[in-house]
Structure formats: structure tokens, C-alpha cells
Design a protein around this ligand. Structure first.
Ligand SMILES: [Zn+2]
Length: 329
């Protein structure tokens, strides 16, 4: 019998990863393209349709049987209707789009759509750090900061799909403004763009240093990666910003620990590629904000999923929604 695969798409604020994933998590084909590679607006949907067609062609060429489509998007999703809600900051053109039904009509396949970090969280439950773990939370810092919560082996979505939005919990009552309408969210201190922005703000009044060299003297070109590189070279501004990012994420971990007392917290997202800098700070601040005894019961781990394997989250979402539980062990 032909091997079954799931067409798996993981849309981030900057990158759209797509591939073919077996139900056991094995990735059979994988590619990535810029989310806005074809442009803005309607072009984003065209891009999704095009990569889905590509996946179908590859599956057909390799004689793989397609069971359906799983897709994660960087915003909140009305899962029952397959519709993206209004809070999709990095890909605003998808606001209100019923992407699930659109793909279902176009390709005559079952489609399951959810928030990218919810999908990632299910990826951890099925194929990653969360295998066999009944209660865990995920905090993922990338272009935004998302979260996901698994309680009793079930993803917590809440009434309107906002369950687990840990990145938009407040860690500073008078903090930086956030696109979500609030202020002082974890996201405003520890997403990639916010790490760059905080360094940029400080550069306006600072002496020239390593940070300015790294962006060729133009603060507008500064990225979070530059900030991490400068921090490794002991640039004081970069170190200050990294400390704040670690502190906000540490507070986020502590809030999750005190709220859920989970067995595990998985940290992930592109920002955590600098876990050499961030993890010690996150641990230190989490210890200062959480109940010590509760924190002792929580394993703090970094996701092994990198951009290449993030499509496994979309595949796990499909399996979860079609009632195929994770294999134990
Ligand atoms: Zn927010």
C-alpha cells in the first residue's frame, strides 16, 4: 500500500515552509519560500495555493497517498470555521480570510488550520519534546511571541482560539505598546523585531560601538541577530537588551509555572537560536518570579524544531484534528 503523507504548511511572518510529512513524523520533502515572495495582498493567498499545488505534484510523482492538508498561520484562528481572525500582525492580508474552506474547495481534501504556535505545540506533543508529556506549555519567540498549552494531552484553545497566547500577557504595567492593543506584553521585549527596536532606540543617544559597526552605521538595518552578535562581543547596549528579553521570557515562564504547574515548558522560535545567551537569563529570572517549589517540578527545555522541521507541527495538527493520537514513548 502507498505511504500516506500530509501536505504540511507552516506560515511565519517572514517564511512559508512547506512539505510532505508522514504520520510518523518523517519529512519526505521540504522547501521554504518568503511569505511575501510574490508580493503583498492577494499574492499571499496565491503563494499558498501555488506551494500546495507543488506539494500535490511531488506526492503524485513519488506515488505517495495524500490524506489532507495541515496549516499553521501567525495569527488567531476560528478553528471550527477555518477562518483567520483579525489579529494577524505580520501577514495582515490574511485578516478574516477563510483559508480552510478555500483550500478545501480548491483541492478537495480535508484541511485543518490553526495558529502556528498551537501547531508547533502539537508538533512537540507528537514528535518532539512533549512526547508522552500530559501537561506542558510552549513559549515561542520569533517575529512575534506565541504560546501553546497542552493539558491532559489536549490543546487548550479556549472560547475563541486565544487560549495559550502567553506572549501577550503583561510583564510591565507601564510598558511598551503592543499591536494587540495592550502595553508591556512579553512580545514587546522579546520578539526579534522588538529586540532590534529596543537596541535601535538606545543607539540614538549612545556612543558608537560594536552594535553600530555590525549594521554598517545604519541603525535602521539592525536585526536581532546583530544584537546577539554584539552581546557576544560584550557590547553594553546589546547586553542590556538581551537581559531585558531574557527577563521578559523568564517572567513568562514563571507566569506559566504559577498558573499551570506544568511538567515541562518548551522554548522555541527563531529568537531561541541564541539560547546560549538567553537560556541562562530566562532560568535566572524565572527562578526569581516563580514559586521555587513549582519551578523545581517543571523541566525547561529548548525545542529541537528548527525552521526546516517546523512543518511537522502542521502535520501534527492534522493528525490531532483527525483523532489520531500520538504514539506513546
Ligand atoms: Zn500584546
Amino acid at each position: 500500500m502507498a505511504q500516506t503523507v500530509i501536505l504540511s504548511l507552516d506560515m511565519g511572518g517572514t517564511t512559508l515552509s512547506y512539505g510532505l510529512v508522514q504520520p510518523d513524523g518523517r519529512v519526505r520533502f521540504q522547501r521554504a519560500v518568503g511569505t511575501h515572495a510574490r508580493g503583498r495582498g492577494e499574492a499571499v493567498i496565491q503563494q499558498v495555493l501555488e506551494v500546495t499545488r507543488t506539494l500535490l505534484e511531488v506526492a503524485s510523482r513519488r506515488r505517495l497517498r495524500v490524506s489532507g492538508i495541515g496549516i499553521g498561520v501567525p495569527g488567531t484562528v476560528d478553528v471550527a470555521r477555518g477562518r483567520i481572525r483579525d489579529n494577524i500582525q505580520n501577514v495582515p492580508e490574511l485578516e478574516g480570510v477563510a483559508l480552510g474552506p478555500l483550500l478545501r474547495r480548491r483541492f478537495a481534501l480535508p484541511v485543518h488550520l490553526d495558529n502556528d504556535v498551537n501547531a508547533h505545540t502539537l508538533g512537540e506533543l507528537y514528535f518532539g519534546r512533549g512526547r508522552g508529556v500530559q501537561n506542558f506549555a510552549m513559549l515561542a519567540a520569533g517575529t512575534g511571541v506565541g504560546g501553546g498549552i497542552v493539558i491532559g494531552g489536549k490543546l487548550l484553545r479556549g472560547r475563541r482560539g486565544y487560549g495559550g497566547e502567553a506572549g501577550h500577557t503583561t510583564v510591565n504595567l507601564d510598558g511598551r505598546p503592543c499591536f494587540c492593543g495592550s502595553i508591556g506584553c512579553i512580545k514587546t521585549y522579546s520578539s526579534g523585531p522588538d529586540i532590534a527596536a529596543q537596541a535601535r532606540e538606545r543607539l540614538q543617544t549612545a556612543q558608537p560601538g560594536r552594535l553600530l559597526e555590525l549594521c554598517g552605521g545604519d541603525p535602521r538595518r539592525l536585526t536581532a541577530r546583530d544584537v546577539f552578535a554584539a552581546a557576544r562581543a560584550n557590547d553594553p547596549i546589546a547586553l542590556e537588551v538581551v537581559e531585558i528579553a531574557g527577563r521578559a521570557l523568564g517572567a513568562g515562564v514563571a507566569n506559566l509555572v504559577n498558573l499551570l504547574n506544568p511538567e515541562m515548558i518548551v522554548l522555541g522560535g527563531g529568537v531561541l537560536e541564541a539560547s546560549d545567551l538567553l537560556l541562562p537569563r530566562i532560568k535566572r529570572w524565572a527562578a526569581s518570579y516563580a514559586f521555587a517549589d513549582a519551578l523545581r517540578g517543571t523541566r525547561l527545555v529548548v525545542s529541537r524544531f528548527i525552521k526546516r522541521s517546523s512543518i511537522r507541527g502542521a502535520a501534527a495538527l492534522f493528525l490531532y484534528e483527525t483523532d489520531r493520537p500520538p504514539r506513546s514513548g
